[in-house]
Ligand binder design. Structure first.
Ligand code: SAM
Length: 268
């Protein structure tokens, strides 16, 4: 094999490169995606192809988005006998998924995400949720726990509310550090996210909703009355059917939506 077609560079820490090598975990991710004819698969951060190649062999075609130029030639080369790989050499945060989806079917995203960028990537993808059918992502276990947390849990916070408002969040399985080379310092977990249909979300003003959630959790120990004093007064909170002396960590997602919507109405 020529140098161009082999992965000869050491893993790059600043790009969050921890390459999966454990067969059972890779198979578990492929099973979770379970591609069907006609699906449009897009992988974020294919790295050395641990998930890409088995998916490509099964599905025949997919798109990958990879930022590390050293990986592009070997990925392209090694994909050739396996199927049709469309490689986008870009920072995923600059990829317009709506444009990528075009008039075709909604995208199915998969990725063992670079952990230093996992929240920005999640929020970027959520901006394009209308063209995303589902996502199977590997993340830090601690992040998956926060995403899936229920009100009252110690880790229920802004990420839980923002994710659960727009998606169903289903943790699938945990992954130990030893499944990667080099091993990360933390445990990982695979999660499935399915964007809700726009009519089921019921948020009138996405920006206002995001601000209410941010401010409510920005002052975690404060009551909603104090944490949201910039947005509204006690009467407005009460008018949405919520106790002003409640704390954000006790409030179900539906209450955040109702509160933000009542403020949208008030501002109009
Ligand atoms: N999928 C491979 C695996 O499971 O072995 C690699 C996963 S590794 C944790 C994360 C991958 O994301 C690396 O290939 C890294 O180069 C890539 N990456 C990091 N930052 C990125 C960015 N901003 N845009 C696209 N890819 C990025």
């Amino acid at each position: 094999m020529t140098r161009a077609s082999s992965f000869s560079e050491p893993p790059k820490k600043h790009l969050g490169q921890h390459f999966l090598h454990e067969r059972g975990i890779i198979d578990g991710i492929v099973r979770a995606v379970d591609p069907k004819p006609g699906d449009r698969l897009v992988e974020i951060g294919p790295g050395q192809g641990a998930i890409t190649f088995p998916l490509l062999e099964r599905h025949g075609a997919m798109t990958v988005i990879e930022f590390d130029r050293d990986l592009i030639a070997p990925l392209t080369e090694q994909a050739k006998p396996r199927g049709e790989l469309h490689v986008i050499h870009r920072d995923v945060l600059s990829v317009d998924f709506t444009e990528l989806a075009g008039d075709g079917p909604a995208l199915r995203l998969v990725g063992n995400l670079p952990y230093n960028l996992s929240s920005p990537i999640l929020f970027h993808v959520l901006d394009h949720a209308a063209v995303v059918r589902d996502m199977v992502f590997m993340l830090q276990k601690e992040v998956v726990d926060r995403m899936a947390a229920d009100p009252g849990s110690k880790v229920y916070g802004r990420l839980s509310v923002m994710l659960q408002a727009y998606c169903t969040v289903t943790p699938l399985f945990d992954v130990p550090p030893g499944a990667f080379r080099p091993p990360p310092k933390v445990d990982s977990a695979v999660v499935r996210l399915v964007p809700r249909a726009p009519q089921d979300i019921g948020i009138d003003d996405a920006t206002l909703f995001a601000h209410v959630v941010r401010d409510a959790f920005g002052q975690r120990r404060k009551t909603l009355r104090n944490a949201l004093s910039r947005q509204c007064d006690s009467a407005a909170i009460e008018a949405a059917g919520i106790r002003p002396d409640a704390r954000a960590e006790q409030l179900p997602v539906a209450d955040f939506i109702r509160l933000a919507n009542s403020l949208t109405g008030a501002a109009a």
